[in-house]
Ligand binder design. Structure first.
Ligand SMILES: Cc1cc2nc3c(=O)[nH]c(=O)nc-3n(C[C@H](O)[C@H](O)[C@H](O)COP(=O)(O)OP(=O)(O)OC[C@H]3O[C@@H](n4cnc5c(N)ncnc54)[C@H](O)[C@@H]3O)c2cc1C
Length: 401
């Protein structure tokens, strides 16, 4: 039986990216996915410039046909309902529809030389001295190394004993619905290049309205232990949003979602012959709900470590541990910190929004986060000065009115 250099399980952004990196380095790669592509994936589809730049580093440029809308700003609405508008003079990212985006990335992996078998569900994983194998209905597939990119609750991580059931305190949850809206109506009623986030007294969560070419992604996400009855809440939000914007939104039909794992570096990411990436590794920012950026970056880093391991013929947990170290350095602090940010922001929503209005250079800060030039961790270390100025401005406003 053939033994591939690498078998990647899951052809989401993390898996396709990892497979692409390995194939470009000359490895023999098999990519498996249980779904038949293109497959639907509930997602806001917000991609930051940081993610786009990461993809560029592996030679993947998003064509216009995959981009739904360029993002040039944010609208943040707090419980006082007065929006904070953040505008950028250059792109902050774009929105995509996941079925198209993920299919495009899988195709890029195929172009790089990856063998892609969709419709192949991995039911179990088996370790032997010289290989690691995935069992599917269609048969067994062996690799020298396995990359688990099979998303939240992934089979691979559980088979390896690296993940148990998701704990609510480490888990986000999000639901989403795609609403078709005539392009003309969308462009007349809202700015179609702005991502709108609504922090409306939802405990540890927010609603969003992300523009598509001819429609909107409406959704709600937050920390799982605090959020209940999400579809009902999203329906109420959609009716309110329709009244606010004048956009005709039909009754929401198919609201779907899934958990957002946020265990990140709290759990092991590698074992002998095995690495986990993306949601399977628990790389989600619980505050923003962003996972695509970490899926792509972890895919790139795991691909590089795998290439080294194959070249050195060293598949031990210790050798693969280099991936954990590099990933931790790249985005460990920021993921850990996002949980505290979620708590702080939501515990102080009213005051927080008031202060936000006074942060000087907010537009620049948001742009720096979107491009990856800063992150929460560095941001909250540095702008104490800005916050200080904000507090003084707020106090001044209180005493003079
Ligand atoms: C409602 C919602 C909205 C979101 N919005 C955003 C957003 O706007 N921006 C953002 O950055 N992030 C967003 N996220 C998070 C983002 O969707 C995830 O972080 C991202 O999809 C992770 O990519 P991945 O490749 O790790 O996993 P996935 O995209 O989940 O891909 C995993 C793949 O593995 C396959 N698979 C699973 N099990 C098996 C198996 N046993 N055998 C074979 N294949 C298998 C699946 O079919 C799937 O194709 C959102 C999440 C939700 C739930």
């Amino acid at each position: 039986m053939k033994t591939y250099d690498v078998v990647v399980v899951g052809a989401g952004p993390a898996g396709s990216t990892a497979a692409n990196v390995c194939a470009k380095a000359g490895l023999d790669v098999l990519l498996l996915d249980k779904a038949v592509f293109p497959r639907v994936k509930p997602c806001g589809g917000g991609l930051s410039v940081r993610t786009l730049r990461l993809l560029e580093t592996i030679g993947v440029d998003l064509p216009a046909s995959v981009v739904e809308r360029k993002i040039l700003g944010f609208k943040l609405v707090g419980p006082d309902l007065h929006p904070i508008n953040i505008r950028a003079n250059s792109s902050l990212g774009c929105t995509v529809i996941r079925s198209k985006f993920d299919h495009f990335l899988a195709q890029k992996a195929i172009d790089a030389g990856v063998r892609f078998l969709d419709g192949h569900r991995v039911s179990n994983v088996e370790w032997a001295e010289n290989w690691i194998a995935c069992h599917t209905k269609q048969g067994e597939f062996r690799g020298k190394i396995l990359i688990g990119a099979d998303g939240v609750g992934g089979r691979v991580a559980r088979a390896a004993g690296l993940r148990g059931p998701l704990k609510p305190e480490f888990t986000g949850v999000a639901v989403e619905v795609d609403v078709p809206i005539p392009k003309k109506e969308l462009e007349q009623k809202i700015n179609p290049n702005v991502l709108a986030l609504y922090f409306l007294n939802i405990p540890l969560g927010y609603f969003w309205a992300f523009p598509r070419r001819a429609g909107l992604s409406l959704g709600l996400g937050g920390v799982a232990s605090q959020l209940h009855g999400l579809p009902g809440k999203l329906r109420i939000f959609a009716r309110w949003y329709a009244r606010q914007t004048g956009i005709r939104i039909p009754p929401l039909q198919k609201i779907v979602g899934h958990p957002l794992p946020a265990t990140g570096f709290e759990r092991p990411l590698v074992a002998n012959r095995l690495l986990l990436v993306g949601d399977a590794a628990g790389f989600v920012d619980v505050f923003s709900g962003q996972g695509l950026c970490y899926a792509v970056e972890s895919g790139i880093l795991a691909g590089r470590t795998t290439t080294k391991a194959i070249n050195k013929q060293n598949f031990s947990e210790k050798a693969l541990g280099e991936y954990t170290k590099v990933a931790q350095r790249r985005f460990g602090e920021e993921l850990r910190f996002s949980r505290s940010v979620a708590m702080t922001v939501h515990n102080h929503l009213y005051g927080g929004f008031k202060l936000l209005r006074h942060i000087r250079g907010l537009d620049r800060l948001v742009k720096d986060i979107a491009t990856g030039q800063t992150d929460y961790y560095r941001l909250l270390r540095n702008p104490l000065k800005s916050l200080g100025r904000g507090i003084i401005a707020e106090l001044r406003a209180r005493f003079t009115h």
